[in-house]
Ligand binder design. Structure first.
Ligand SMILES: *Cc1c(COP(=O)(O)O)cnc(C)c1O
Length: 461
């Protein structure tokens, strides 16, 4: 294979790069008996996806319109990933002090950071104002906290005369196929619920009373939301901004933050729907949004990283129970938490490899329906049930595909299983090079995190 076949951003090239990286991970010892699970990230794939996002919006906005693509940090809370995305011109959407610290550690400047959590403490708000990051207020009580910081009584200097403050609204347009990720239902916990009686007037008044409020924000949901519903949420937000600006008699709202949520296809290597498709739909649904009067912020997460990540895990044992073959691997609920607990909503493709990292050949008898289990001590710890795969054996490997977002950076510390190492890879001609994104968690670190320094504290009271 030449470098030509693995460069580029078509889905065949991505798949080819992944296969090369799996083999190289075994050859270079990233994965083996001592390190039975690792996460791999395709650096060229991430760069290509970021470029697709930029291009999709550049193609529809009036020339010169500022657009900030703020990556939703929760989707891949890894400092080198945030730095890579910053190198591609992206910022960060953060929702906790930890995520904010990661963005800052990655060198993302405050003017490219947006804070969105629904439960910001007073201290977090003060810190946000001090840094000058954008803040989207979630509810009336939070707005009152901002009032106290921005317009302090008794003539004290305002904390942030030039801040960028917005309101998150919930257009209450309905949910998608995954309840837990649908943020625009009638009773969603996020934002100002626009269709509740009197709510719209209260929002318009909130802006009239606060000249420093200059943004509106909506995020209609993640995964499972139809594109048309996402676009309708953006239209509702835009229409509200127009109403507020008309009431103010000026362009008080100068920025619209349209959230993220582009769904990912977990069925194949094809990247669909793409950013261009969504951008075109937005342009036809809300043309006024792109005529240059509003700055734009987006907050994509899953769609930027999912297709560039693979969890690779060794099959420790291959057994059988009740006639069902079971491959016991090192990738289970600690990494693929949603897939294990909500398998209908979060199915994953599983690739089977032999111990050298080459695609596992199908035996003459054909594919065999198998369970692919994880290492956690509960019966439901399965990443695939009854899945037709080449018959797996001890020492083989499985790849959990499309897991670059919300999988290996959202660890679930069940059974004190370690966070695996994560490695970025590039494929250049015949050579695969890896860079450490996160080293594997050590047993010593687990002991420390688990109160190891206070071993006697409960008996020595
Ligand atoms: C999670 C989240 C996002 C990102 O959603 P994706 O589905 O990963 O694109 C964006 N904005 C907010 C407010 C979020 O909570």
């Amino acid at each position: 294979m030449t470098s030509k076949t693995v460069a580029g951003d078509g889905h065949e090239q991505r798949a080819a790069r992944r296969e090369r990286a799996v083999r190289a991970a075994v050859e270079q010892g990233l994965l083996g008996p001592a390190e039975p699970v690792a996460g791999l990230l395709d650096v060229a794939g991430i760069r290509a996806t970021a470029a697709e996002l930029r291009t999709a919006f550049d193609e529809i906005v009036a020339p010169g319109t500022p657009v900030l693509h703020a990556f939703a940090v929760k989707a891949a809370a890894l400092v080198p990933v945030l730095r890579l995305l910053a190198d591609e011109g992206l910022g960060c959407e953060v929702a906790s002090p930890g995520e904010l610290a990661l963005a800052r550690a990655a060198g993302v400047p405050p003017e490219r950071i947006v804070l969105d959590s629904p439960a910001k403490t007073a201290a977090e708000l003060r810190e946000a104002l001090r840094l000058g990051i954008a803040v989207n207020a979630d509810n009336p009580q939070e707005l009152e906290r901002l009032d106290a910081l921005i317009e302090p009584r008794g003539g004290a200097a305002p904390a942030a005369p030039h801040g960028r403050f917005g309101l998150r609204v919930n257009p209450q347009l309905g949910g998608g196929s995954i309840d837990a990720l649908s943020t625009a239902t009638a009773t969603s916990k996020f934002g100002f619920a626009l269709q509740d009686p009197g709510a719209r007037d209260r929002v318009v008044r909130a802006f009239a009373e606060r000249p420093w409020l200059t943004r509106l924000h909506a995020h209609v949901g993640s995964q499972g939301i139809p594109l048309e519903l996402m676009a309708a949420g953006v239209r509702a937000t835009y229409e509200l901004a127009e109403e507020i600006n008309a009431a103010a008699g000026r362009r008080q709202i100068d920025t619209l933050d349209i959230g993220g949520g582009l769904p990912v296809n977990f069925d194949s290597d094809v990247f669909t729907p793409g950013y261009r498709e969504y951008a075109r739909l937005l342009l036809t649904t809300v043309p006024g949004l792109f005529d240059g009067r509003y700055e734009l912020v987006t907050e994509f997460g899953r769609s930027l990283l999912a297709k560039s990540g693979t969890v690779l895990a060794r099959v420790e044992y291959a057994k059988s129970a009740g006639g069902r073959p079971i491959a016991v691997t090192h990738a289970g609920a600690q990494l693929a938490t949603r897939t294990v607990f909500a398998p209908e909503s979060w199915p994953l493709r599983i690739a089977a490899y032999d111990a050298t990292g080459r695609p596992k050949q199908t035996a003459p008898g054909g594919l065999v329906a198998q369970d692919v289990a994880g290492p956690c001590c509960f019966a439901g710890d399965l990443v695939a049930r009854d899945r037709p795969l080449p018959q797996l054996a001890a020492g083989d490997l499985v790849g959990l595909l499309d897991t670059g977002a919300y999988y290996f950076s959202n660890h679930f510390a069940y059974n004190s299983l370690p966070r695996p190492g994560i490695y970025g890879f590039t494929v250049d001609g015949g050579e695969v090079r890896f860079a450490t994104v996160r080293s594997p968690q050590t047993v010593e670190e687990i002991v420390t995190e688990s109160g190891g320094d206070y071993a006697g504290s409960l008996v020595d009271f």
